[in-house]
Design a protein around this ligand. Structure first.
Ligand code: COA
Length: 165
């Protein structure tokens, strides 16, 4: 589908990834390394961002992450991501991570993450992204919550910049 034909709604940005916790991803207790989960989250979110803007993107920030439940060797990890809101050159992507016991099928919520990506042009400069079409109450809620989180992130960024000067 060409860029002009692309529908810029939330649905078209959705990503689902499935991973298996192999021994090389775990610590001595058999739990997955947090950094491995972050790496999968980053990939999932980057794909969602690119489905929306169809350009090169970089991770500008990852909000605080909380690991709710340990994920064990042999578990299946399911990551689901979508663009929550598109701003001028940046987008907020939400990713949920669930673990699944492969023998019982029991699923547990493990992590919820919010990431900000910035679209870049071919010179590596921030580049405007298309608006995100919101089609239902869930889309509106995610957009409103993302907008609130953005205000906090930008206030914190301004504070950091001020401290440096
Ligand atoms: C992210 C980056 C492109 C921002 O560049 P910049 O020159 O500061 O550009 P701007 O001030 O115009 O900001 C561009 C957008 O990023 C957003 N942004 C910048 N820093 C941010 C942060 N910490 N959190 C959330 N959004 C941020 C701005 O709000 C703006 O979005 P908007 O256009 O939708 O309002 C730049 O800092 C960068 O390249 N960082 C390194 C990215 C990277 O290498 N990531 C990989 C992991 S290290």
């Amino acid at each position: 589908m060409s860029d002009q034909q692309q529908i810029h709604n939330v649905e078209s940005t959705r990503v689902e990834m499935t991973e298996v916790v192999l021994p090389q991803f775990t610590n001595a207790l058999g739990n997955v390394f947090g950094g491995q989960i972050v790496s999968w989250i980053d990939i999932c979110a980057a794909v969602a961002a690119q489905r929306h803007c169809r350009s090169v993107v970089v991770t500008a920030s990852i909000d605080e992450l909380h690991f709710i439940e340990p994920i064990k060797q042999g578990d299946v990890v399911i990551l689901k991501g979508q663009v929550n809101a598109a701003f001028r050159t940046s987008m907020e992507i939400g990713v949920t991570v669930d673990s699944e016991d492969p023998l019982t099928g029991e699923r547990r919520k493990a992590v919820k993450a919010y990431l900000t990506y910035v679209a870049l042009d071919r010179h590596g400069r921030p580049h405007p992204v298309p608006g995100l079409v919101r089609e239902n109450a869930d889309d509106e809620r995610r957009h409103d919550e993302a907008t609130e989180r953005r205000q906090l992130r930008l206030a914190q960024r301004a504070e950091r910049i001020q401290k440096r000067t």
